[in-house]
Ligand binder design. Structure first.
Ligand SMILES: NC(=O)c1ccc[n+]([C@@H]2O[C@H](COP(=O)([O-])OP(=O)(O)OC[C@H]3O[C@@H](n4cnc5c(N)ncnc54)[C@H](O)[C@@H]3O)[C@@H](O)[C@H]2O)c1
Ligand SMILES: O=c1ccn([C@@H]2O[C@H](COP(=O)(O)OP(=O)(O)O[C@H]3O[C@H](CO)[C@H](O)[C@H](O)[C@H]3O)[C@@H](O)[C@H]2O)c(=O)[nH]1
Length: 331
């Protein structure tokens, strides 16, 4: 019998890519999403979309009873770092507390496994940009990162006590869009570098800002480990199959283990169009870490995962194609 997977936030950027990856693999899907930042058209054909709040425990209980998913991939949540600094209650409520309710319902329903979207924002950034292994010190700079770290702790305790298997996936910087153009990053006011630079490259924005060129990094701009969302989605399918076959808990960084500076990203986007982007040097953005690069030993030791899109230009090209598609839809 085909396994059913519940995907919370499956209409969102990363969740919809993971949903398509699961659909391509033949899983039956139920997506629970309130469409607060998600896009209904990004949900794979054939997946059942339940409109609602993941914090609504009665609704979650009903979905679990009706569909009996073998596992849940939990993407739903709030993701804007500066907003979390201004409104921490929202982040602890919608990320941490909502996930506590979800965990309670998963235990009640006897669901086998849960995958959770965590983040590199849980780590204490290193000044030297050295790769961060999963056991590196955790000192989140924002309530967003803290809300994710608290959720990780809850998952471990609940998993241990009640036999809920768990894969905690700490994403580094996710970028790009589905190469088949089925989904992409669709939030109108997204703040992510590759999305913004792609919008400038396709003429949807006049200019962009580069936040800080005086960091203690090789070219003075922040360094990040950018991972193509399609490779990340594939890692989810493999992590799902890993925890279903090997009950227990695993925490894995998701990145390529290579840092790129903001200037390098901008140059990669420029190479896609052979045109200079209009970039303004601006002050540092509060809360930005100088460098965040993943140590990816564990994910490679654990999963048979071979990234296929490890290329900044490819990320930028797919993001640009998606921006053009979104613009055409708006016309
Ligand atoms: N984008 C990144 O670079 C990044 C990096 C690290 C971790 N993450 C994590 O990955 C997950 C997905 O991020 P994303 O970039 O796809 O964001 P997104 O905003 O595109 O997706 C979130 C989805 O969840 C839905 N949602 C939000 N709150 C909900 C609620 N209470 N009930 C039901 N649905 C709800 C939204 O409508 C949306 O479809 C988040 O948990 C985020 O913290 C993202
Ligand atoms: O218009 C822009 C946008 C970004 N940047 C810079 O580009 C780098 C990357 O910024 P992003 O906003 O793309 O990504 P962040 O590293 O801030 O954060 C992302 O990755 C984190 C993990 O590393 C968290 O998970 C978070 O949710 C996710 O948004 C930063 O130095 C930022 O200052 C610019 O210079 N100009």
């Amino acid at each position: 019998m085909t396994d059913t997977i519940l995907i919370t936030g499956g209409a969102g950027y990363i969740g919809s890519h993971a949903a398509w990856a699961c659909a391509d693999r033949g899983y039956k899907l139920v997506v629970l999403d309130d469409l607060s930042t998600g896009r209904e058209a990004s949900v794979p054909d054939g997946a059942e979309l339940v409109l609602g709040d993941v914090a609504d425990e009665a609704l979650v209980a009903r979905v679990l009873k009706d569909h009996k998913p073998r596992a849940v991939m939990h993407f739903a949540g709030r993701i804007v770092v500066p907003e979390s600094v201004a409104d921490p209650i929202k982040y602890y409520r919608q990320n941490t507390c909502a996930t506590l309710g979800l965990l309670a319902q998963l235990v009640e329903a006897g669901t086998e496994a849960m995958l959770f979207s965590s983040t590199a924002a849980v780590y204490e950034p290193r000044e030297d940009g050295a790769p961060l292994a999963e056991d590196a010190p955790k000192v989140p700079l924002s309530p967003y990162g803290q809300s994710k770290l608290m959720t990780e702790a809850m998952m471990r305790d609940v998993g241990r006590a009640h036999g809920l298997s768990a894969a905690i996936l700490r994403y580094f910087n996710v970028a790009g869009a589905d190469p088949e153009g089925r989904t992409g990053q669709s939030t109108p006011d997204a703040t992510h570098l590759i999305k913004i630079a792609s919008q400038v490259a396709v003429g949807q924005r006049d200019k962009m800002q580069l936040f800080g060129d005086d960091y203690p990094t090789p070219d003075g701009t922040c360094v990040r480990d950018y991972i193509h969302v399609t490779d990340l989605a594939e890692a989810h399918v493999l992590a799902l199959e890993h925890v279903l076959a090997n009950p227990g808990q695993v925490t894995m960084n998701c990145g390529y283990g290579r840092g790129s500076s903001v200037k390098e990203v901008i140059r990669a986007v420029e190479r896609c169009t052979n045109e200079k982007l209009n970039v303004e040097i601006a002050p540092r953005r509060p809360g930005d870490a100088p460098a965040l690069v993943a140590d990816v030993s564990r994910i490679h030791d654990t999963l048979d995962w071979t990234p296929k899109h490890d290329d900044l230009e490819e990320m930028a090209r797919s993001a640009m194609a998606w921006e053009r598609k979104l613009a055409a839809e708006r016309r």
